[in-house]
Design a binder for this molecule. Structure first.
Ligand code: GLP
Length: 257
């Protein structure tokens, strides 16, 4: 698949594909499957959300076609609502079970999830952070959300943050409950920014103008806790970003000539 590139002083690569589906397929192939073929027991931080759905479809196609196996990967994830049951409709663990763990045949012993029902969320966050740190994530998969959040790290979150309980921004809460009709709470467990940045390789995907606008801020405005995703520039040598043309049309507006 052909792509163009946007040059950025800190980021290893920003690839631009023609359409959402081309971006998703290329992301599955070049950001995920390629690494899993090279390192079959790769520890991966998985992402959730609408952005990931066409990517997960392509991963399943590749697995069903025998092109790659995920049976040895160690599966982690970014975030989960708290308090919220892993069986509930909008749980991220449920999303991953339905779209990643089961379709890619990842055995239960290789799956490490955040417990949205943990009675002590601080202990749960610390437990998860220790696990992630111990296994050393080889590949962190990211989307981007309202206000430039990565995982559920909202504006104002320290770049030194570890896995923690996060109060969601009004914007995120509104997106979830009003726009998406979810019954999810206003708090969530999330890998911290520092935790995410420790991965060996970080890959982020986004489509459409709205996400492009968020990325423009993250990539070209100040590196600041006002925009959590701007922290990626601090480890930009290991960051690859895949976007469609629509997102790219917004990103390039940030380039000052
Ligand atoms: C969610 C998650 C993020 C995700 C982002 C985008 O709230 N916390 O991990 O990347 O927002 O979601 P979507 O792809 O549905 O737009």
């Amino acid at each position: 698949m052909e792509f163009e590139q946007i040059c950025h002083p800190n980021i290893y690569e920003i690839r631009v594909y023609n359409s959402k589906i081309e971006t998703a397929n290329a992301f599955a192939q070049h950001a995920i499957i390629g690494d899993v073929k090279k390192f079959p027991s790769l520890p991966i931080t998985n992402a959730t959300g609408d952005t990931m759905l066409p990517i997960d479809t392509e991963l399943k196609r590749a697995v069903d076609a025998g092109e790659v196996s995920f049976e040895q990967v160690l599966a982690y994830h970014l975030d989960e609502y708290h308090p919220y049951s892993p069986g509930a409709q909008f749980s991220f663990v449920k999303f991953l079970r339905d779209n990643i763990f089961k379709p890619l045949h990842i055995p239960q012993r290789n799956i490490f999830t955040l417990n949205g029902l943990a009675t002590n969320p601080v202990d749960e966050a610390n437990r998860y952070d220790e696990l992630v740190t111990k296994h050393k994530i080889g590949l962190a998969i990211l989307g981007i959300g309202p206000g430039g959040h990565i995982g559920f790290n909202e504006a104002g979150t320290s770049f030194n943050s570890r896995t923690h309980l996060q109060v969601l921004s009004e914007e995120t809460y509104k997106r979830d409950t009003i726009e998406r009709g979810q019954d999810t709470p206003k708090t969530a467990l999330t890998q911290g920014i520092s935790t995410i940045l420790e991965a060996d390789r970080i890959v982020l995907v986004a489509y459409g103008r709205y996400k492009g606008q968020i990325l423009r801020k993250a990539l070209f405005e100040d590196i600041s806790t006002d925009c959590p995703a701007s922290a990626l520039r601090l480890q930009g040598h290991k960051v690859s970003i895949f976007v469609d043309k629509e997102a790219a049309s917004e990103i390039i507006l940030g380039i000052v000539v």
